[in-house]
Design a protein around this ligand. Structure first.
Ligand code: ATP
Ligand code: MG
Length: 428
């Protein structure tokens, strides 16, 4: 026997026992997004590396060490090789696509997406190398009403999923000018305590000092706690914007905590940033994160276009939903068709097709592969179906079918085939 091949580390199979949960969560969120008029966009999984280094930022965890990057072979007659990367997130791709297809000019598109993202991280619970994000992005609107809409929409998603123990953390990063003045303040502060900085933070001190605030190193937390706060040094317009957002969230009865340490791990954010967090998943507690990125479209080569978006981590959401005891309703077939005898096996497929014509919603699993009564019933039971339909040669001759209830104490009954659809409709 040859050696079996395993999946790539940190990349998971989602098995048939799991997919009903995924489908239910995806459907719920998609319906919420659509109820706000957001439209789906699908972009490629592979992009030019430069798209991510230019948008997310050179001095970020993602670009420094988390991307799956490779050099593509040169095309014939083309001497340039090209660096490509699996997307680590989808905002940059949405911006790239929007510019490329002129979605932003004279329009204010509101988009959503669902897809696999890739980051070369240390795999652990809630952290994988291939994971999935459902996200939304809104373009061309600078005012705080759209910030409020997106946050309220995310809250509605969690409510629809039955998740009630999530906390909304909110901060404002202000304007680029306010941030650069604050940057100097931070460098001064951390320089005065250089000995307490870990290696990553030493390195970031002059390249990206805001990211030090995002450090997960517990030993550095007291130093970070006492650092000057950006929210105390915002520009006037950003302060007004933030006040307007908070007012709208208050009116919508959305609770939030102001977290002055919330800076987000990507460079492109300004003004509003937010995260939905839970204490139920250990240190992988952020299930949704987002913010405003008003300069990104221009930075990627488009016309200046304000923008804001968020992304939810599906794996983390699913862990919460399952923890809550959620049971998806589409996990098992409704009925299993058992066929005994030559005539039944010949007519079974036609019979199943007729039923599917009448009941398109019905999940009907038809037995294949023959076998005796016992074997077919074992399969029926294992399938999780609520009902077995039995087609024997007698039934075929009399155009009938016998219904056996697999999960209820209830006597079996025989129906005319023509009446079965109506009967099943009342049962399912
Ligand atoms: P973290 O601080 O947990 O590393 P992040 O700031 O890198 O998160 P974002 O880039 O903002 O995360 O992505 C948004 C969401 O995507 C996260 O809140 C999380 O739910 C999910 N996510 C990010 N990275 C992973 C991963 N490697 N595996 C699973 N989910 C992830
Ligand atoms: Mg991360």
């Amino acid at each position: 026997m040859s050696k079996s091949i395993q999946s790539v580390r940190g990349m998971n199979d989602i098995l048939p026992t799991q997919t009903p949960y995924w489908q239910a969560v995806e459907k719920t969120i998609r319906r919420v997004f659509e109820s706000y008029g957001y439209q789906e966009i699908r972009t490629p999984i592979l992009e030019k590396t430069e798209l991510f280094s230019r948008s997310i930022g050179e001095v970020t965890d993602i670009v420094e060490k988390e991307m799956f990057t490779f050099i593509d072979r040169a095309e014939e007659g083309d001497s340039d090789v090209e660096s490509l990367s699996l997307r680590p997130e989808n905002t940059a791709s949405c911006v790239r696509a929007g510019i490329e297809h002129s979605l932003f000019y004279g329009q204010t598109p509101r988009l959503w997406y669902n897809g696999a993202m890739f980051r070369h991280e240390k795999p652990q619970k809630g952290r994988y190398r291939q994971f999935h994000q459902l996200g939304a992005e809104a373009y061309g609107i600078a005012s705080a009403d759209i910030d409020a809409e997106l946050i309220i929409m995310s809250a509605r998603c969690f409510k629809a999923l039955g998740l009630t123990d999530l906390t909304l953390q909110l901060n404002s990063l202000g304007s680029a000018e306010a941030r650069s003045a604050y940057r100097e303040r931070l460098i001064n502060y951390f320089s005065a305590h250089q000995a307490q900085l870990d290696e990553d933070s030493q390195r970031r001190l002059h390249t990206n000092p805001l990211r030090i605030l995002d450090s997960k190193n517990t030993e550095m937390q007291p130093l970070i706690q006492n650092a000057p706060k950006l929210i105390d040094h915002l520009d006037t317009d950003s302060t007004t914007h933030f006040e307007q957002l908070k007012q709208r969230l208050d009116l919508a009865n959305i609770k939030y905590q102001i977290n002055p340490r919330l800076v987000r791990g990507l460079d492109y954010y300004n003004r509003t940033v937010f995260e939905w967090v839970t204490t139920a998943l250990g240190s992988q507690g952020t299930v949704c994160a987002g913010g405003r990125y008003d300069s990104l479209v221009e930075q990627i080569g488009g016309r200046a276009t304000p923008a804001i978006g968020f992304a939810m981590g599906l794996e983390r959401l699913l862990m919460l939903v399952e923890k809550n005891g959620f049971i998806p309703d589409n996990a098992n077939p409704d009925v299993y068709l058992v066929m005994m005898g030559q005539a039944a096996m010949e007519n079974g497929i036609r019979f199943a097709e007729q039923l599917r014509d009448h009941l398109p919603q019905l999940h009907l699993l038809a037995h294949c592969g023959g076998g005796n009564f016992k074997k077919q019933f074992e399969r029926a039971d294992k399938s999780g179906a609520k009902i077995a339909l039995v087609l024997g040669d007698d039934e075929v001759a009399q155009q009938q079918v016998t219904v056996k209830y697999l999960r209820d104490e209830r006597p079996q009954a025989t129906f005319a085939q023509a009446e079965l659809a109506d009967h099943l409709r009342t049962l399912l």
